[in-house]
Structures are given as C-alpha cells and as structure tokens.
Write a protein that binds this ligand. Structure first.
Ligand SMILES: *[C@@H]1O[C@H](CO)[C@@H](O)[C@H](O)[C@H]1NC(C)=O
Ligand SMILES: *[C@@H]1O[C@H](CO)[C@@H](O)[C@H](O)[C@H]1NC(C)=O
Ligand SMILES: *[C@@H]1O[C@H](CO)[C@@H](O)[C@H](O)[C@H]1NC(C)=O
Length: 259
C-alpha cells in the first residue's frame, strides 16, 4: 500500500509540469493563431511600472512556484517589475489570474547587453510570494541538461499578440546548429548555447513581442520550454534565435537553490 502510494506520488510529481489542464491546439495554422485560453499555463507576463501604470515587457515561464525564467534583455536595473500569471488577454481582468510582485532578479553574470551574440541571455525572477498552482497557473517543465532537439523538430512559440492582446501561438521548426551556424544563416553569431527555429514565413502574429517561449513536446507528452527568445527576427530566413534552456539547467538549479 505504502509502496503504491509512493509510486503514485512520484508519478504525480513527474507529471506536475508541462501538462496543461486545457491542452493547446497543436495545429499547423500558417501565420500563427490565438492560443486556446490558458493552454500554456506556465506563460507569464513580465511587466514594469511607469507613471502608475503597468506595461508588458516580456513573456516568461513559471519554473517553480516562486520563480520565473525570462530573457536577460528584458531586465533593466532601474525598473520595478511584477509578474502576471494565468492570463489570456492582457487587457481584460480575468478570473483566476494573479499579479505578484518581484522580490529578486538574478541575471546571468556573463550577460553583456552590448554583446547579445555572446549568449547568456537568461534571467530568473523571484516572486515575493509563492503562487498556488491552479487550472490556469501551472509549472513549465525544463528539458534535461544538454538536450539537443533534431533538425525540423516542431515546436510552438507563444507570445503576447498585438491587437487584440491575447496570447498567440506560432508553429515553428527547429533548425539544427549545423544549419543555423552556416554562413547563409546566422554564421558565427550562432553558439551552441542557442537554439534556432524557423517559422513558416508568416509568423507575424508572434512578431510583436519579446521574451517569447519556445515550447516543445517531449515524447512522453509533456511540454518543455526549450528556448527563450534572444535575437531579433532574421527576415531573410524567418528565423529566430533562442537561448537554449538545456545548456543553463545547472545555473537555473543553483540560482533557485541558493536564493
Ligand atoms: C504586446 O506586445 C506589443 C508589441 O510589443 C505591445 O505593443 C503591446 O502593448 C503588448 N501588450 C500589452 C498588453 O502590453
Ligand atoms: C561587453 O561587450 C562590449 C561590446 O563587445 C565590450 O566592448 C565590453 O568590453 C563587454 N563588457 C564586458 C564586461 O565584458
Ligand atoms: C541542414 O538541414 C538539412 C535538411 O534537414 C540536412 O540534410 C543537413 O544535413 C543540415 N545541415 C547542413 C549543414 O546543411
């Protein structure tokens, strides 16, 4: 009996990330589409305040009940931030959504905003209070350290849209390092700590935002966040470069363990 309970607790633990209550629609719509509400429940909006109002600056993903993973380029020392969770439309009050203040921000120590191509475009944002997980607020799974997705692996970018401000999703295909670092693409700018993904040429509805997430489904069905958007869009190849989350797993774990 105890053994059975222990086993089911372990299984539940293993499934407690990356399995949305409201599953995303995994379609191949060209140009992106509105996401099914709350189908990416680890997606958060990082916002800063100015003159008494809050503004969306970047997306992020909830990786622990008090930590959000985002891009370092979203962070500026002079600003005050909050995190909004459980939201589909950023302009409407929605039941089940939460705004939580931020108690600490840890930007990767090697990040240099004057040298984005060097990598390390990653930051962790600590929430002032841990959040309760609900049907609309759930944890992202992160890939095992060192995971490399094969060429053309399908993933979904999720991003705040422009007008209406509802969460958009765009299907993309991973471009492997050999292709992405070839001279016709990103060349030497591409580092192994990055992951590239190619849109269908019309990913315009996912074009307005920063701090996109690259969500990829593992073979066991769980969604993992493999990338955090880093470089601006390459118009020639409709290609985006992301921070490859799987090369920062040790850093993420040590920040969370030590803060
Ligand atoms: C979503 O992103 C666009 C483009 O960056 C921005 O203009 C818009 O204000 C954002 N939405 C919200 C609610 O902040
Ligand atoms: C950041 O990058 C710029 C441009 O490459 C460089 O001049 C500067 O020395 C770098 N700063 C640090 C602390 O490495
Ligand atoms: C690029 O992608 C193609 C098609 O998937 C693949 O056959 C090739 O090996 C890749 N690498 C390079 C360097 O082109």
């Amino acid at each position: 009996m105890i053994r059975t309970l222990l086993l089911s607790a372990l299984v539940a633990g293993a499934l407690s990330c990356g399995v949305p209550t409201y599953p995303p629609s995994v379609t191949r719509v060209v140009g992106g589409e509105e996401a099914t509400p709350n189908s990416w429940p680890w997606q958060v909006s990082l916002q800063y305040t100015s003159n008494g109002k809050w503004y969306h600056i970047c997306g992020g993903s909830l990786v622990a009940n008090n930590w959000v993973l985002t891009a370092a380029h979203c962070i500026s020392d002079s600003r005050t931030y909050r995190v909004v969770l459980g939201r589909h439309n950023l302009n409407t009050a929605e039941s089940g959504s939460l705004a939580v203040s931020v108690s600490q921000i840890v930007v990767h120590p090697k990040w240099n905003s004057s040298d984005v191509s060097n990598g390390y475009n990653i930051a962790l944002v600590k929430l002032a209070n841990p959040v309760s997980l609900t049907d609309k607020i759930q944890l992202a799974c992160l890939p095992p350290a060192g995971t490399i997705l094969p060429n053309k692996y399908p993933c979904y970018i999720t991003a705040n849209g422009t007008l209406p401000d509802v969460l958009q999703q765009c299907r993309v295909l991973v471009v492997d390092c050999a292709n992405c670092s070839s001279s016709g693409w990103w060349g030497r700018t591409m580092k192994t700590s990055m992951i590239c993904a190619e849109g269908d040429g019309v990913i315009s509805s996912c074009n307005g935002d920063s701090g996109w997430l690259l969500n990829c489904q593992a073979t066991d069905g769980r969604w993992e966040v493999h990338g955090i958007s880093s470089f601006t869009y390459n118009y020639c190849h409709k290609l985006s470069v992301f921070t490859r989350v799987s090369s920062y797993i040790d850093w993420i774990n040590s920040v969370i363990a030590n803060n």
